[in-house]
Design a binder for this molecule. Structure first.
Ligand code: ADP
Length: 241
């Protein structure tokens, strides 16, 4: 587990034509699901990429435990088409576990995502929702202390989205990995987020609100009165920018 979470201090970042963050600060708590909520183009993916190290800030400090590995779940599943479902998961375990253990971990995750009969299938033989389930399993199977997720359910229909959101929650409940979930979807934010950080549309992007979700994970549903209150607040924030 990551005892400290992730701390960003005074981060400045610009693309050639646009200043995205100026003196940006955030503390992502350990062992919780934090959601970054904001409209498209506000800088959510940029923030994830800075935390991941794919983008280097112009200035500022990123603090996390030295040994913290990161797992990244993208909008699209990014499975290797020439590998089977099992091989896609086993491959990322290669440098971490011996063969038998890799098979055991893969079986465990295939079972949780309800695809134990599909281990020998190729990604092209699965539906889009099944492929994304495999991608989620792979993200959790990787022995990373931190999981970064960039709108992983965005392209899916509402029913599937709800199922995968629940699946994420049950996987997360196994070991409470420090998770950072980026979305522009208020319902998703309220269902998943223990803490919700709202980013402004206006650049440089800033945190306009930090909400600690008062509704415990198992009791979150769209009609819970506390959730409705947060939803109203978030709608207000996202439409006032
Ligand atoms: P979000 O994830 O919230 O949709 P992004 O972080 O992808 O937002 O993008 C923030 C802003 O930076 C947007 O205006 C986007 O057009 C711009 N942007 C993203 N990537 C690049 C890039 N590689 N070069 C220049 N501008 C970029």
């Amino acid at each position: 587990m990551s005892p400290r979470g992730i701390i960003l201090k005074d981060i400045c970042f610009s693309y050639s034509n646009q200043n995205i963050f100026r003196d940006f600060n955030i503390k992502i708590p350990a062992s919780k699901v934090s959601v970054i909520l904001g409209p498209s183009g506000c800088g959510k993916s940029t923030l994830l990429n800075i935390i991941h190290g794919i983008l280097i800030p112009d200035s500022g400090v990123i603090e996390k435990d030295k040994n913290d590995q990161l797992s990244y779940l993208f909008q699209e599943p990014r499975l290797l088409p020439w590998k089977t479902v099992s091989q896609n998961i086993e491959l990322i375990l290669k440098n971490h576990y011996e063969h038998k253990q890799r098979q055991k971990i893969t079986r465990h995750y295939l079972e949780i995502i309800g695809l134990n009969d599909f281990g020998d299938y190729y990604p092209s033989e699965l539906s889009g929702g099944m492929r994304q389930r495999v991608a989620i399993a792979r993200a959790f199977a990787y022995p990373a202390e931190i999981i970064l997720m960039d709108e992983p359910f965005q392209a899916l229909d509402p029913g599937l989205k709800l199922n995968l959101t629940r699946l994420f929650s049950s996987l997360w409940t196994e070991d409470h990995r420090t998770s950072l979930f980026v979305t522009h979807d208020i319902t998703e934010a309220i269902f998943l987020g223990d803490e919700i950080f709202v980013l402004s549309a206006k650049k440089p992007s800033a945190i306009v609100e930090h909400i600690i979700n008062p509704v415990p994970r198992g009791k979150r549903h769209p009609e819970a009165p506390e959730s409705l209150k947060i939803e109203a607040r978030l709608y207000g924030l996202l439409t006032s920018d």
